[in-house]
Design a protein around this ligand. Structure first.
Ligand code: PAP
Length: 345
């Protein structure tokens, strides 16, 4: 199980992989900079934006240099707030469905982010509760991981080993609203109570300019989309809106992709429906394990479960803004064959 922990004395005997602080600072200085809301420094590294004043940039470098993928690894990839938590819970349930009955699933007692850890942050960062890199070799296969990194910046061993990637994408307007809600507390912590929280209009401008952590959004999505077309056995491209519309179909795609298809017997016994129900937002939201406590010392566990709807943006985004986003989307997705549904059917 991914939650395997070691005690500190075992840790000391291991060599902790790292990148020297001076090197990180040197690199930061050489990179293009911008300010989110004229306040929060962002640095552009390998074509994408990172927050400068957090440990995440350093741990991203460590992850890029040191992670060694196994052919059997399964990696959830996503732009933030596009359905990561949902896909983590679905993938975990599919892969572990023969290991325990549903009423003993670790999902009932652990937050999905604790079961499928984020490589560049949970694992190579300094959140001590998670398995450290030196533990990774001891984890049983298939290991389940997550990353928010764009495809082009992934470690070579992920790109060129047999490991598989499951990418989840979501329409930009719902993604944007979800980011706005989620970022409130971390922004206050980073910038202080006096900081005037950005409005939806502010977020909209920054998002359209691509100036947002892990952005630009469309470039992130298109990179994975193209890989999924060129290498369909390597990258599975899922959309939040499709999962909402037909979870059974999408869950079957996930199970087939990871080499654990549902048998006709499982289907007729309602196994797929049970997994859907277990991973539904209402069920996960109601679990004690997801109601209190924090992830990575900052993020409230409950903040990963808000509304979970398609089209929630209509309550915040004006028709004029939506029109602008539509134009941008057309331009950015032109000739890719990719499109997003902005409203439920
Ligand atoms: P992360 O990238 O920081 O891990 P992520 O899980 O991708 O966040 O996004 C959270 C969004 O997924 C929230 O959307 P909302 O703000 O529009 O409501 C959250 O409610 C939604 N979400 C979480 N779990 C589920 C689920 N089981 N089903 C549907 N949506 C979900």
């Amino acid at each position: 199980m991914e939650t395997t922990k070691m005690n500190p004395s075992e840790l000391e005997e291991e060599t902790l992989v790292t990148v020297r602080d001076e090197e990180v600072e040197q690199l930061k200085k050489s990179l293009p900079k911008e300010f989110f809301m004229n306040k929060l420094e962002l640095i552009k590294y390998q074509g994408f934006w990172y927050l400068a004043d957090t440990d995440l940039f350093k741990s991203t470098l460590i992850f890029q240099r040191h992670f060694r993928a196994r052919d059997s690894d399964l990696i959830v990839a996503s732009f933030p707030k596009t359905g990561t938590t949902w896909l983590k819970s679905l993938l975990f349930s599919v892969v572990n469905r023969f290991n325990h009955p549903n009423n003993q699933s670790p999902l009932l007692t652990n937050h999905p982010h604790e079961l499928v850890c984020r490589l560049e942050n949970d694992i190579y960062g300094n959140a001590f509760d998670y398995p450290r890199p030196q533990h990774l070799s001891q984890l049983p296969s298939p290991r389940l991981f997550h990353t928010h990194l764009p495809y082009s910046t992934l470690p070579e061993s992920i790109k060129f080993s047999g490991c598989r990637i499951l990418y989840i994408a979501r329409n930009p307007l719902d993604t944007l609203v979800s980011i706005m809600y989620f970022a409130m507390k971390p922004l206050k912590m980073l910038l202080g109570d006096d900081f005037q929280l950005p409005s939806i209009e502010d977020y909209f401008e920054e998002f359209c300019a691509g100036r947002i952590a892990h952005g630009p959004f469309f470039e992130h999505v298109v990179e994975y989309w193209k890989q999924s077309l060129e290498h369909p056995n390597k990258v599975l491209f899922l959309k939040y809106e499709d999962l909402k519309e037909d979870p059974t179909l999408e869950l079957k795609r996930v199970a087939e992709f990871v080499g654990m298809p549902f048998s006709p017997g499982e289907e007729s016994e309602g196994v797929i429906k049970e997994l859907e129900e277990m991973c539904s937002i209402n069920n996960l939201k109601g679990l004690e394990a997801n109601k209190s406590g924090v992830i990575n010392k900052i993020y409230d566990k409950k903040s990963y479960f808000r509304k979970g709807e398609v089209g929630d943006w209509t309550h915040y985004i004006t028709p004029a803004m939506a029109e602008r986003m539509n134009k941008l989307m057309e331009e950015k997705l032109k000739d890719t064959g990719l499109s997003f549904r902005l409203l439920p059917h």
